[in-house]
Every structure is written in structure tokens, then in C-alpha cells.
Design a protein around this ligand. Sequence first.
Ligand SMILES: NC(=O)c1ccc[n+]([C@@H]2O[C@H](COP(=O)([O-])OP(=O)(O)OC[C@H]3O[C@@H](n4cnc5c(N)ncnc54)[C@H](OP(=O)(O)O)[C@@H]3O)[C@@H](O)[C@H]2O)c1
Length: 422
Amino acid sequence: MTDADRTHDIVVWGATGVAGRFVAEYLTERYAPDDLSLAVGGRSPERLEQLVSDLTGRSDAWDDVPVVVGDATDPESLRAIARDTRVVCTTVGPYTTYGTPLVDACVEAGTDYCDLTGEINWVREIIDRYHEAAVDAEARIVHSCGFDSVPADLGTLLAQSFAVETFDAPCQTVRIYLEGGSGGVSGGTLASFGEVFEAAATDPLARQTLRNPYSLAPPGERSGVDPGEQRRPRRDSLRSAWTAPSPMAPVNERVVRRSNALLGYPWGREFRCTEVVPTGDGLTGAATAGLVAVGLGAFTAAMSVGPVRSALRRYVFPDPGEGPTREEAEAGHFSIRVLGRGTAADGPFTVEVEFGADRDPGYGATARMLGEAAVCLATGDVDSPLDGGVLTPASGIGLPLAERLRDVGFTVSVGEASDTRR
Ligand SMILES: NC(=O)c1ccc[n+]([C@@H]2O[C@H](COP(=O)([O-])OP(=O)(O)OC[C@H]3O[C@@H](n4cnc5c(N)ncnc54)[C@H](OP(=O)(O)O)[C@@H]3O)[C@@H](O)[C@H]2O)c1
């Protein structure tokens, strides 16, 4: 089947959910039907028709948006969608529960795919089951195209590309600082979070995946020098400040290491990457780092106990389908700084990247990250040596995604750090 035989450039699958709706709204605001043949998909025709009525009511350009109906538990319906589409952009999660048949359908049909997963236990399963078949089918299966892990992964790619261009050497170490952020959380995200802990409690492979810093690397390459995520407060030599563990480090660091591996280790086999939360200097910085570490440790410990996890999911977390409103998603902000250190012929250098947006990181900003990832795949606006496989944003799409995000108002900058070359 050629691409010309496919009806839709992009199907937003899960468009009736919190994140999917924001992606559909974003794409219909940013693009016109002449630019993009877009469809929205899900399991409920009524909810989809209501969504289409909302989308067309808000837009001068879109009179209609086609609807595709299927079910994540009905593989035949997913095959039909995958066969008829260039890129399936999915927000149907938890991915551990619902995701595999869709990947299967996309690989079978040679259809590109992008998602929002942070469920690394599931990504590991998909790598092992589908990477080779996706390479053969030239299907790009690009996971983690939202707040996890686009800023960390593309931030690292930007730092490394600048280092190689400017100093003729890659950064040997990269630190990703989650500097600031405010935003909400949806029931779907917390359900996915719960699935990771559930898998860790019940599945030895998931436990191993969460323990090994290289667990998302290709088979045979799942070890290295990087010790993995920081678990305690630590004073940071690059910034002369205290840092705490980052809740997103287990996902983002592994994704970045997979990017390095898939690209053929352009940053070296000794490359190290750490994501942390900077908390400032002095006693206050140390105390804040301690509090963050203790809070994160307590939450992880609580989620690891089956009855506590069940009670939190049942009585405390919002239900799937609940989440930030449009106004809330358009508010909020996040900023990430990446510092990369390397050694050029004339001595050490430090590269600095800023990556951020004035929108809720997990919803307003994520809608743009995932939506633009899908557009990159649909239009072939990618800078990647890989035509297929189970990929990361940096290895499967690359810098064009950063350019597009800059065009829609993200802060994306890279340069030599002014005060750290020594
Ligand atoms: N990386 C990030 O930054 C980020 C940010 C936000 C979300 N996420 C992830 O994105 C996922 C979705 O989150 P969310 O808050 O949007 O969740 P949600 O509101 O619960 O939406 C889930 C979607 O899946 C659909 N769905 C559920 N079961 C289905 C089935 N059997 N067949 C077809 N569709 C089905 C739902 O359809 P109905 O509407 O018919 O129920 C809904 O459209 C989660 O895994 C979350 O962790 C990641």
C-alpha cells in the first residue's frame, strides 16, 4: 500500500479524552483542511460527534472533521484505522492496558505512530516485540512525544548537535534541570502512573526495566557506565546549587540513552545523562532538596504497597476523563535547562539549552508537542537516519520538531554557556 491510498494524514486516536481533545483542538487551530487531512477517533460515536461539533464551532476553517470509530480491545478495528492513515497519534492510555494492539496494527500496516506514554515497562515490551518488525515495515513508532520526554530528549539533541558543530566533540555528560513548572494532572495520567507501579509489583521484567538505567537500549546493549537516576539531594558542581531527584528522571533519562543507542552512539558509549530538580543554594536549597527527595520517596513507597495504591486510585485520584480545563491547560508554564559538558581539542566546554513554554506542561504544551510530532511524521519533516523502528523523539523525528515548537511560541535556545567554560 502506498501513502497515496490512505485517506487520513493523521488520526487523533483517543480524541474524546483529556489530552486527545487538546491535541485535536490544537491541530484544527493551527492547520487548515488543505494543509492536513485530519480525523478524530475513539470508541464512542456520540462523544466523537459532540467533539466534532465543538471543533467546527470554534473554527472558521474546518466545516467537518471525519470520525473513525473502533475499540482498543478490537484489533480488527485498529487494523482498519492503521491501513487508512499515515500517522496514528494516540492518547488512549494507560498504554500498558490499551496500547499494544494499536502498535501491532501500525507495524503491520507500515503506519507511523506517536504517543504520550511514560510507561517504560510497556515501552520495553514494545521494543522487544516490535522493533525489528517496525524497521522492516518502515513504520516509525515514536513513543513519549509529550512532556515526557520531548524537552529532555530534544534538549539533549540540541546540546549535542551544537557541541559537535561548534567544538567538534559531543558532550560526555548532560544534566537536565527541571527548573520550573506549574500545571494540572488528569485521571488518565494518574491511571497510567498506577499501571507502572502495578507492573512493578507483579511483573519481574517490569521491575528489571525500572532498575536498569539502560533498559530501553537495544537488546545486548543494556549496560553501561551511567549509574542511573539521582535518588538523594546532591550539591551540583555545574551550578553550585543543590538538586533533588526528578520524578520524571526514570523515563526521560532512559529515553535519552535509547536515542544515543539508536543513533549509533554519536555521543559515545560513556555518555552520561542525569535529570534533577534544582533547589537553590545554601541551607534553604539543601532543605528543599531534602524535602523533595523525602516527598518523592514517600509517594513511591506508598504507591508500591498494593492496598495503599488501590485506595489512592479509588478514592483520591481523579477518574479517567477528568483533568484540566481548556483555560487551565492554556495557563501554567515549564522551563527546562540542559547543561552539557565535553572536551574539545583546546579544553573543556559547556553547552546550555533552554526549553520551555507558557502553557501547562502536561496538557497545553503537550498538545503542541504531540500534535507537531504527528505533523512532522505525516509531512516527512524529520531529520533522522531511521525509517522505522521503535523510536524516541530525538532519534525518530529530530530537530525539525524543536523548530516547529519554537515557531508556536516555545522557548528553544542553545549556545555556549557564558560563565561555565573553564
Ligand atoms: N507525557 C505526558 O506529558 C502526558 C500528558 C498527558 C497525558 N499523558 C498520557 O496520555 C494518556 C491519556 O491521558 P488522558 O488524561 O487524556 O486520559 P483520558 O482522559 O482517560 O482519555 C483516555 C482516552 O482513551 C479512550 N479509551 C479508553 N478505553 C478505550 C477503548 N477500549 N477503546 C478506545 N478508546 C478508549 C477514552 O475514550 P472515552 O472518552 O470514550 O472514555 C479517552 O478518549 C495517559 O496514558 C496519560 O498518562 C501523558
